[in-house]
Design a protein around this ligand. Structure first.
Ligand SMILES: [Zn+2]
Length: 246
């Protein structure tokens, strides 16, 4: 009851918390659910973020994705979130996503300003700058999760399969190409086969996770100690589902 009563000044939020927790007699659960929840007029606080486990952050992202798919996204007060986060930010996760305009990291998991660090590059490839950003996000800032968010029908994956050569894109696609021979697939292996493209995209996410662990001793150690999780997911452009792979 306690947490619900504490939130009595914010009726809408209290309603959500009680409903989300199922009962009001589960204060810790209710507390954890408020982190990335709707009806937020402010961003995450350090205390709230630090109270979450990496698994709880994943759970909140899954719930946010459900809200997104159901069309029940939080009626956010962006100005309130902007005001509350201006003096400091305490995001719960670092998301590495694709440049693709159809996969905006915050929107597909219904997160607000200050909730997530989001880095985007075509093919959601891991490079030195992204690794440095992830290390900042987790080791310096305290995020609990590193998530590589791949997606279906990825143009960068298609370009890698088709061996596209063009300016600086060539070098970027070279990073994606490693996923091609590493993908076991029965059927037509071409960029015109959506199932094959998506299979390579999944492999690309998996190889990205291995890259992070191999090339960032800082993040690898944090994961081994249980202070963070390093996970992958695939976003389906058609259904809107974010499917966690690990
Ligand atoms: Zn893409």
């Amino acid at each position: 009851m306690k947490k619900c009563e504490l939130d009595s000044k914010q009726p809408d939020r209290r309603r959500f918390l009680c409903a989300a927790a199922g009962v009001c007699g589960a204060p810790y659960l209710a507390f954890s659910l408020m982190q990335l929840a709707p009806d937020m007029s402010r961003s995450l606080t350090k205390e709230e973020r630090d109270s979450m486990t990496p698994s709880q952050v994943i759970d909140e992202l899954k719930k946010g994705n459900e809200r997104f798919r159901d069309g029940k996204m939080a009626p956010r007060d962006y100005r309130g979130e902007k005001r509350s986060s201006a003096a400091g930010q305490y995001p719960a996760a670092v998301v590495l996503g694709c440049l693709d305009s159809r996969v905006p990291g915050e929107i597909v998991v219904d997160a607000g300003i200050g909730d997530l660090f989001v880095g985007r590059v075509a093919g959601n490839v891991v490079n030195d700058d992204m690794l440095g950003s992830m290390e900042f996000g987790c080791k310096v800032s305290g995020a609990k999760l590193v998530l590589i968010l791949g997606h279906t029908a990825c143009g960068a994956v298609k370009g890698a399969i088709d061996d596209v050569v063009m300016g600086n894109l060539t070098g970027l696609l070279a990073r994606v190409k490693a996923a091609i021979p590493a993908t076991k697939f029965e059927g037509e292996k071409s960029s015109k086969n959506p199932a094959y493209v998506d299979a390579v995209a999944r492999t690309n996410v998996a190889l990205g996770l291995a890259e992070i662990r191999r090339r960032s001793p800082i993040l690898d150690e944090m994961e081994k100690k249980g202070s963070i999780k390093i996970a992958g997911a695939m976003y389906d452009l058609t259904t809107g589902v974010v499917e966690f792979l690990t």
